[in-house]
Design a protein around this ligand. Structure first.
Ligand SMILES: [Zn+2]
Length: 211
């Protein structure tokens, strides 16, 4: 089966220059973002809700893929190499140990971690908890107020960059998103276009104030 060419699941990787329609400051920012080297880091891909299921067996929760996964960099079909444990907190008291698949791309010669969409890369809390926190909804039952505040700050910093990525995917590859795009949809598109970045790597654009 040939890999999809237009989908949120596997949008083609493109360290592309920004659209000419972007204002200059966004163009500069995008250029900065896309120059960040991915070498040496883990490449990830996120499975959407309908393409995996979770099966609990003893103390582990297996992430069972319902379809094949393709490399977010070159679209080659990935092969299973191993699994690894990933702890996920549904709340401060409720944690799961997920077994996620480590997949190998024979073309890129690189390992990819296949994540279910309940995981946000490098975050310990589930996507549902993080989404509630970033929306400003009450989530005291899941995490502390200081954690929720950190998550809100992270999202406020990173979301403008993520929205640029989504705009680029729409204009260049015809990917369709909801209006507005959901939290999970945004995270999945950014990860699957190989565009994930840490908040501290973002160079913010500022206008100098006249003295
Ligand atoms: Zn590849």
């Amino acid at each position: 089966m040939s890999p999809p060419t237009k989908s949120v699941q596997n949008p083609p990787r493109r360290n592309a220059p920004p659209s000419p329609s972007n204002p200059p400051e966004i163009a500069r920012a995008l250029k900065c973002y896309t120059n960040v080297s991915k070498k040496g880091g883990n490449v990830m891909l996120i499975k959407s809700k309908n393409s995996y299921r979770l099966e609990t067996n003893g103390r582990f929760c297996y992430v069972v893929a319902l379809d094949s996964s393709h490399c977010p960099v070159c679209q080659t079909k990935l092969i299973l190499r191993a699994t690894r444990q990933r702890v996920l907190y549904r709340s401060e008291e409720e944690k799961e140990i997920l077994l996620i698949r480590r997949l190998y791309c024979t073309k890129c010669n690189q390992i990819h971690h296949e994540l279910p969409d309940c995981i946000v890369p490098y975050k310990r809390y589930s996507a549902e908890v993080i989404e509630r926190a970033t929306n400003g909804d009450a989530c005291q039952d899941a995490c502390s107020e200081s954690t929720a505040a950190r998550l809100r700050n992270w999202w406020a910093t990173i979301n403008p960059y993520f929205l640029h990525i989504l705009r680029a995917l729409v204009s260049r590859h015809g990917v369709v998103f909801g209006t507005p795009p959901t939290f999970k949809e945004t995270v999945r598109a950014v990860v699957n276009s190989n565009s994930w970045i840490f908040a501290n790597q973002i160079c913010t654009y500022s206008v100098l104030r006249p003295q």
